[in-house]
Design a protein around this ligand. Structure first.
Ligand code: SF4
Length: 326
């Protein structure tokens, strides 16, 4: 495994996933390119949740897909359990996919409407030929219990279920090969607010029971706060801050993180936290600003910020920030 910043807290638990300098460039048209992910470094430990937060279009979903090689990264390394999956061939990658699954945002389009729930949830076991056909059915029945759905639902079709139930089914399917790592891309954003916390609680319970690690992607910092051990903040393709969850909320360092946190509604009326309103539009990722990408919206920007891109530096145990103020 290569060198990682801020790794002083990593020694206690094993690093499961390590990402170094991951970059994804899309060609939009002749001579026009979009750097959706730009030199990202991060790690995820066994059984933990790393929240990945940022505004829509910041590259967080592309990063999640590149990590699983659902889309090919342009540059960089992804290591899973010490093995470089970025250089794996198709057959080896296919085996690795048992351990690394993805839960997508929209439970309405994630399930084949013509397949029963049994067939959908069992599909990953069929693909990997796990056990006998009878054992696979038994495993699906067991998984339905884990995600809190009645066994009698198994021979019904997706349209018979609510959004929350469908997302439970999608989670059950992702868990069937007993993965150690899940990328969850906005898993509750399409759900009614009333069922969000149920699905988030379920994901927490599953993590405790099965020890699965999550990369939890969301635009909503208040959702991420509830599920994450650590949080990475992304802005225009780059990680600008990464920290333990409590430290990030109590002591946000990057001006962008400070603005995001200040925008979270506060239930405590006695809290006098000042709300920071971000001015200016998010710049286009096709022609991002020079220097610090946040400088056109940052009230602390100096001349240096306009020309020199700050690198991510560890300031304290497990807390790193990319900003010239530090
Ligand atoms: Fe603001 Fe400069 Fe820090 Fe960027 S580097 S966040 S522009 S102070």
């Amino acid at each position: 495994m290569g060198m990682m910043w801020g790794n002083d807290t990593m020694t206690k638990e094993k690093v499961l996933l390590n990402v170094e300098k991951l970059t994804k460039v899309f060609r939009i048209s002749r001579g026009v390119h979009l750097k959706a992910v730009d030199g990202v470094n991060l790690y995820v430990k066994e059984g933990e949740t790393l929240g990945l937060v940022g505004e829509s279009g910041c590259g967080k979903s592309t990063l999640g897909r590149c990590i699983l090689r659902l889309i090919e990264p342009t540059e960089g390394i992804v290591e899973y359990d010490g093995q470089a999956i970025t250089s794996m061939r198709h057959k080896q990658l296919r085996q690795m996919r048992r351990e690394m699954q993805m839960v997508f945002q929209n439970p309405y389009s994630s399930l084949n409407p013509r397949m029963t729930i049994m067939d959908s949830v069992k599909a990953p076991l069929d693909v990997f030929q796990v056990g006998t056909p009878k054992e696979r059915i038994e495993q699906v029945v067991e998984m339905m219990k884990i995600v809190g759905l009645d066994e009698s639902y198994l021979y019904r079709y997706p349209h018979e279920f609510s959004g929350g139930q469908r997302q439970r089914i999608v989670i059950a399917r992702a868990l069937m090969p007993r993965p150690k790592f899940l990328v969850c891309d906005e898993p509750v954003s399409a759900l009614d607010v009333s069922v969000r916390s149920q699905v988030l609680n379920l994901m927490n319970e599953i993590q405790k029971e099965m020890g699965v690690a999550y990369l939890f992607i969301s635009h909503d910092l208040s959702v991420v706060k509830h599920v994450s051990d650590r949080i990475a903040v992304m802005y225009l393709g780059q990680i600008v801050e990464i920290s333990d969850v409590d430290e990030l909320y109590d002591n946000p360092l990057h001006p962008y993180t400070q603005a995001l946190i200040s925008a979270i509604p506060i239930p405590d009326v006695g809290d006098k936290r000042e709300r920071i309103i971000l001015t200016g539009d998010i710049p286009s990722p096709i022609s991002p600003p020079a220097g610090c990408r946040f400088h056109p919206r940052c009230k602390f920007a100096t001349q240096r910020c306009k020309t020199e891109c700050p690198s991510l530096k560890a300031l304290a145990a497990g807390h790193a920030v990319a900003c010239h103020l530090y």
